[in-house]
Structures are given as structure tokens and as C-alpha cells.
Design a protein around this ligand. Structure first.
Ligand code: C2E
Ligand code: MG
Ligand code: MG
Length: 708
């Protein structure tokens, strides 16, 4: 829409002023025109009066003089003498006629030689008045000025004289004079008009110049400022306000505006820095990252250039906070951020790193224009990050073992929107955790399904114990040397109402991740202790028989495991040394400090602690010295290949030797054949467990087995 702006206003004022002055000029011109008309009229009439009066005076004088000269010739009636005088009168210019007449009005002479009108009585309109005139008498009409005078001798009237002056010449002269006058008046007004026109043109030029100058000096700078203000309002703070050397108010305004623009820009930068960065690590935060991601997705022109989004979550970070305090946790985060950043820098990619809060980091990787394989690049980068975080972090002079799980998703392959992409990366990261942590996983559509299933499983698992869907089975543990049953491992089973049996590897993980294990764990513990009292009494091995219960890392972290155990023991009446707790190697070694105190208290009660799945973690044998445990369970993956793979045999042998040297009991899991059993016996392993010896079975079956 057109706007009634400053320039338009200025123009309106100028045009208005011009119109008013034009109007005034027109009025003046008109007035001037009528005035010159009037002047012309007046001068004409005064000229007429003047000429007329002079003619009358001249006529009078002539008539008086000639009447005087006619006295004698008339007295003597000398026509010749009359003729002589009158002829000279007639010759005078403008004299139309000259008549000498008798007192009765009969013409006696007209100045001609043959006097054709002699004796004729005058009958023209002036005649009567002329004949009767006592003194000089003047009469006039449009054509003729008639001057008459009586001719007297003494008191006697001899007759009269009339001279008629023609007014035609006079009028011709007069009109010639007024034409001349009119010409010069017209000439003057023409000159005047030219002058006025010149002034008008000058005025017009002046108006244009003023308008141009006004436009340049006021309108343009104000328009520039208005444009700049609009840009700033739109959020574009990088507008350029031209520098000016003007020393007037507009100059002040522009300089002020410029300074204001700069300060807004600076302020905006500061606000951005605060709003867009993570205070702890100085990395970009979620907000900043989200903007960058959106921008890159737009720039990718609907997916012409691909992107990779990496979601990295530090494994078991909560443990650091819980055990070493939040300051240490912050320090760990800073160190981790540095490591990841260094890994990115070394990779030479243009990756962008941000912290999403907590222990979550995200990395955006752009496919290069050369079309290199982004998937490969992302995998390589994730691999480097995982390796970097595998080495321990030193905090408060302590070594903390961490790990990082990375989920990777690709744009546009996996999703078309930023939100969906981030969700995918999160899902992939979660899958990396499920897959055992400290690794990376690419997103796949199947994961969506898996996540959905997990959510359903979690819902179904709530209250499953109360509904009687969960039960315990027991797998016998044999002493190898005496080949006798010494204990049983309690293993949880879930009979899902629709899906049937759900593998513990699946639902235990769900329970662990969702926290359900914190209620489920104590229930298992109580039930296992109660069951153990039953079968041990049936078996009749009151002193050295035991039940072995699995404890998940999360249960360990709650910190009141010793209280739960005490309660279960009291409720069942089981002896503390008859309860063995199986903890995973990673849970114990990675969290030495807190776990150490809980384990210390449990062991003080007399409860035995076993390290489950030993050999699968990355701790190495030397760590065994530092943790206070009573036994280790060699993971079934080593036992499975102990007959075929010399490495596994060597490791199994080493674990047995090492365990024994530290005074620990060594248990072999997953014994599926006699050959394995014999070999383990040969190597001096204490206990064995496996399908060959007995699969997990219900309590009744275990009791039956014990009795026979
Ligand atoms: P785990 O503690 O290592 O338990 C031993 C697993 O090995 C059991 O699997 C058992 O059925 C299996 N197994 C025993 N002998 C053999 C064999 O000869 N060959 C093979 N291939 N496997 C054998 P299950 O019952 O599926 O349990 C899997 C894991 O679930 C357990 O591993 C344990 O970590 C966890 N779990 C089971 N019950 C509980 C529980 O009540 N609480 C907690 N926290 N975890 C439990
Ligand atoms: Mg176990
Ligand atoms: Mg095991």
C-alpha cells in the first residue's frame, strides 16, 4: 500500500504553495489587465476632453477674430472682402465649413468663390441656436463642433458667423493616439508577463531544488533509518547503517542510530552466547543445536546433502554422581566433552558437538559435497568416540571407568523431520545400551518396533509378580571334586499371558532400565530365601548348601541391599552364609567405591558374594585383587569353547589359578558336556553348573532331585 510519507508531505506542501502563488499571480495578472483597461479608458477620455477644450478655445478665438473682421465687409456688403477673409479660414485644417449669415439666418457667404448656397436659410440642427446666439456659442455632435458668434456694429446686429470644425481628424488622431497608448500598455504588460513567467519558472526550479534537497537531506536518511529499524525488528541485527559526516541533527540521529544498532548487535551476541551455550562445557546447548539442525536440513535442499546425527550417552554416569558427588560428576562431564571434541577435531570433519544436558552429547555430521560415504564416516567417528571414552577418567585422584553408547541416524534415509531424527538417534542409542553399552548402533526401522515392544513389556511387567506370572526356577550347582549337589541358582521366569515365556535377558533388562527391578529384586530375594530353607531341609545339607541369587547393578546402587538381605534372611530363617549373591563383574568393578562399602557390610553379615559372568567385562584379572568377593563364576562363553579353543582354556585356567591364589571359590557356568566337566575338574575348578548337570527347574523338581 502506498504511504503518505514524509516525501509526499513535503511535495504536497511545495505543490500547495506553488498552486497558491500561481493563483495569486493569476489574480494579480487579471487585476493588472483590468487596471490597464481602466487606465486606457481614462487616458482616452482625458485626452478627448483636452483636445476638445483646446479646439473649442481655438474655435472661440478664431470666431471672435473673424467676426470682428467681418464687421466692415458686412456693413458695406462687400462679398469679395468677406470671401478673402473666409477663404483663409476655410483653408485652415479641420474647418468643415464657414458661414456668414444675415440676422434672419440666410447664408451670405461660405468662403467659396461662387457662393452656391447664397440666400439659403440655414436649417441644420445647430442653426436656430446659432442664429439666436448673443455671444460666442459652441455646439457639438459626434461629427462637428459648431462655433457661432453674432457680428455687431455698435448695438446693431449685422448678422452672424459660424465655423464648423470637423471632428473626424480629431477622432482619427485621438484613436491613433489611444492605439499607440494601448500598444505601449500591451507591450508593458507583455514584458511584465514575461517577468512573471520567468519568476514562475524560477519558482518551479526552486521548488524542484528544494524538493530534491529535502529528499536527500531528510527523507532519504530517515527512510534508511526506518528500513534499518524494520530489519532489526525482524531480527536481522547485521543491518548496515551508513556512516555520515553530517554535523546537523540528522547526522546526530544517524550516528545515534548506528551506535544503538551496534549495541543491540553486541547485546544480541551476548544473549545468544548465554542462551545457546552450555554453561558447564561451553558447548552448544540443545536450543543452539536444534537451530543448527533445522538450518542444515533446510540447506540440504530436501535431502540432496545427507546428514548424520549421533546421540552419545555416557554409560552409568549416574553412578559417578551418586558415588563421588556432583562436583566430580561435572568434572567427568567436562573431561568427556573434551575427549569427544578432540576426537572430532582429529577426525577432521566439520562435525558440530552439543551437550543436551545430563550426560547426553549430540554430534551433527554433514556429508561432504564430494559424496563420500557418510555412513562410513559416522561409524568411524562413533568408533573413535567409544574408544576414547573407554580409557578411565581421572577425577579427584581416582580412576573412573566409563563408557559411552552412541546411536546414529541418517538424514534423509531415516527421517525427514528434525524431531523424528532426534527420536531415531535416541532409539539407536538406547539399542546400543541394550546391546551391552560402550558401543554404537545405527538406527533401523526394526528398532522402532523393538522400542514399542519394550514399552509394552514394561507395562505388562508391572504387577506381574502380584498376578503370579513371575516364578523362580533353580539350577543345581555341583561340587566338582565330590560330584555332589551343593547349591542352586535362583533364576526368574516370566510366563506372559499372551506372549508365553519371555527370556530373562529381555525382561530383566526392561526391569533394570525402568527401575522395576528395585521392587522386583527384594521380592525375588525373599522368595529365594524362603524356597532355600525348604529344599535345604529336604536335602539335609544344613551347613554348606546355598542358594545363589542374581542381583542387578541397579539394585546394588540403591545402597540398601544389605538391609533387604537382612530382612529376607530374618523372614526365612536362612543362614547368611547359605545365601550367595551374584553380581556382574562390570557393576562391581566400575563402581568400586560405593559397591565396596555395601559389599563390606554384606560380607560382615556372613553373606557370600560371587562375581557372575566373569571374563566378559573389560576389567581384567588384576582388578580381582581390589574387590572383596568370595567367588567368581566363569562365563559360559569361555566354558563353551574350553575344549576347542586354547585361548579360552588358557583364560579359564588362569581365572581358576588366580581365584584360588586370592582364596576365592571358582564356579564354571554352562557346562554342557562331560568333556567340559572333566577338563574343569582337571584344572581344579571348584563348582560347576550347566545343562549337562541340570537345567533350571521348579522348586519341587529340585527338592525331588535332592531327596533321590
Ligand atoms: P546368569 O546369572 O548367568 O544365569 C545363568 C544363565 O545361563 C541362565 O539363563 C541359565 O538358564 C543359563 N544356563 C545354565 N546352564 C546353561 C548351559 O549349560 N548352557 C547354556 N547355554 N545356558 C545355560 P537365564 O535363566 O535365561 O538367565 C539369564 C540371565 O538373567 C541370568 O544370567 C541373570 O543374569 C539374569 N537373571 C535371571 N534371573 C534373575 C533374577 O532373579 N534377578 C536378576 N537380577 N537377574 C536374573
Ligand atoms: Mg547368575
Ligand atoms: Mg552367569
Amino acid at each position: 500500500m502506498m504511504r503518505y510519507g514524509l516525501h509526499a508531505r513535503l511535495l504536497t506542501v511545495i505543490v500547495g504553495a506553488t498552486l497558491v502563488s500561481l493563483l495569486l499571480v493569476t489574480l494579480i495578472m487579471q487585476r493588472y489587465g483590468s487596471m490597464s483597461e481602466e487606465v486606457l479608458d481614462r487616458s482616452r477620455s482625458s485626452m478627448q476632453t483636452l483636445v476638445h477644450d483646446r479646439l473649442v478655445a481655438q474655435g472661440r478665438a478664431t470666431v471672435e477674430r473673424v467676426a470682428e473682421a467681418m464687421v466692415n465687409p458686412l456693413y458695406y456688403f462687400d462679398l469679395d472682402a468677406m470671401g478673402q477673409v473666409l477663404a483663409t479660414v476655410r483653408e485652415q485644417p479641420d474647418v468643415d465649413y464657414v458661414l456668414v449669415y444675415s440676422p434672419e439666418g440666410e447664408i451670405l457667404h461660405d468662403g467659396s468663390s461662387d457662393i452656391l448656397v447664397y440666400g439659403k436659410t440655414m436649417d441644420d440642427p445647430f442653426a436656430t441656436a446659432a442664429i439666436g446666439a448673443e455671444a460666442v456659442h459652441v455646439q457639438a455632435n459626434a461629427r462637428i463642433l459648431d462655433v457661432a458668434a453674432p457680428i455687431r456694429l455698435g448695438g446693431e446686429r449685422l448678422g452672424g458667423l459660424r465655423i464648423g470644425y470637423s471632428l473626424a481628424t480629431l477622432q482619427a488622431d485621438e484613436s491613433a493616439a489611444s492605439t499607440g497608448l494601448k500598444h505601449s500598455v500591451d507591450e508593458i504588460s507583455r514584458r511584465h508577463l514575461d517577468w512573471v513567467m520567468l519568476q514562475l519558472v524560477t519558482l518551479a526550479i526552486l521548488v524542484m531544488v528544494v524538493s530534491f534537497l529535502g529528499h536527500r537531506a531528510l527523507v532519504l536518511p530517515i527512510r534508511q533509518l526506518a528500513d534499518a529499524a524494520r530489519e532489526i525488528e525482524r531480527g536481522n541485527f547485521d543491518v548496515d547503517i551508513p556512516e555520515t559526516g553530517r554535523s546537523d541533527e540528522v547526522g546526530d540521529l544517524m550516528r545515534g542510530f548506528r551506535r544503538m544498532g551496534e549495541s543491540i548487535r553486541r547485546h544480541d551476541r551476548e544473549v545468544r552466547t548465554i542462551a545457546y551455550s552450555d554453561a558447564l562445557t561451553g558447548l552448544s546447548n540443545r536450543l543452539a543445536f536444534r537451530e543448527v539442525l533445522d538450518d542444515r536440513m533446510i540447506e540440504s535442499h530436501g535431502g540432496e546433502r545427507s546428514l548424520a546425527l549421533l546421540f552419545a550417552d555416557i554409560d552409568d554416569f549416574k553412578r559417578v554422581n551418586d558415588t563421588l558427588g556432583h562436583d566430580a560428576g561435572d568434572e567427568v562431564l567436562v573431561q568427556c566433552a573434551e575427549r569427544v571434541q578432540q576426537a572430532l577435531d582429529r577426525s577432521g570433519s566439520n562435525a558440530i558437538l552439543a551437550r543436551f544436558g545430563g550426560d547426553e552429547f549430540v554430534i551433527l555430521l554433514e556429508g561432504d559435497a564430494a559424496g563420500g560415504d557418510l555412513r562410513e564416516a559416522a561409524a568411524a567417528l562413533a568408533g573413535v568416540i567409544v574408544r576414547e571414552l573407554a580409557s578411565p577418567v581421572t577425577v579427584q585422584e581416582r580412576q573412573v571407568f566409563l563408557g559411552i553408547s552412541v546411536g546414529i541416524t541418517l538424514y534423509p534415509d531415516d527421517a525427514s523431520g528434525a524431531t523424528a531424527l532426534m527420536k531415531n538417534a535416541d532409539i539407536a542409542m538406547y539399542q546400543a545400551k541394550v546391546a551391552g553399552k560402550n558401543c554404537y548402533r545405527f538406527y533401523s526401522r526394526a528398532m522402532d518396533l523393538a522400542v514399542e515392544q519394550r514399552i509394552h513389556l514394561e507395562q505388562d511387567l508391572r504387577g506381574a509378580w502380584e498376578r503370579g506370572e513371575l516364578s523362580l526356577v533353580y539350577q543345581p550347582v555341583f561340587e566338582i571334586a565330590g560330584n555332589r549337589l551343593v547349591g542352586a541358582e535362583a533364576l526368574l521366569r516370566w510366563q506372559h499371558p499372551r506372549q508365553g515365556m519371555v527370556a530373562p535377558s529381555v525382561f530383566i533388562d526392561v526391569a533394570e532400565q525402568s527401575g522395576l527391578i528395585e521392587t522386583l529384586g527384594p521380592q525375588v530375594l525373599r522368595a529365594a530365601c524362603a524356597d532355600a530353607v525348604r529344599w535345604i531341609s529336604a536335602h539335609g545339607c544344613y551347613r554348606d548348601c546355598f542358594v545363589s541369587v542374581n542381583v542387578s547393578p541397579r539394585q546394588l546402587r540403591t545402597g540398601d541391599l544389605d538391609l533387604q538381605v537382612e530382612e529376607a534372611l530374618q523372614a526365612s530363617g536362612l543362614q547368611p552364609h547359605q545365601l550367595h549373591l551374584e553380581l556382574t563383574e562390570t557393576a562391581v568393578i566400575a563402581d568400586e567405591l560405593r559397591v565396596g562399602s555395601v559389599l563390606g557390610r554384606l560380607r560382615a553379615q556372613g553373606v557370600k558374594i560371587w562375581l557372575d559372568d566373569f571374563g566378559t567385562g573389560f576389567s581384567g584379572l588384576s582388578h580381582l585383587r581390589r574387590v572383596p568377593v568370595d567367588g567368581v563364576k566363569i562365563d559360559r562363553s569361555f566354558v563353551a569353547d574350553v575344549l576347542r579353543d586354547p585361548d579360552d582354556l588358557a583364560l579359564t585356567t588362569a581365572i581358576i589359578a588366580m581365584g584360588h591364589s586370592l582364596g576365592m571359590t571358582v564356579v564354571a557356568e554352562g557346562v554342557e558336556s562331560e568333556g567340559q566337566f572333566d577338563l574343569l575338574r582337571e584344572r581344579g575348578c571348584d563348582y560347576a553348573q550347566g545343562y549337562w548337570l541340570g537345567a533350571p527347574m521348579p522348586l519341587d523338581a529340585l527338592i525331588a532331585l535332592s531327596v533321590t
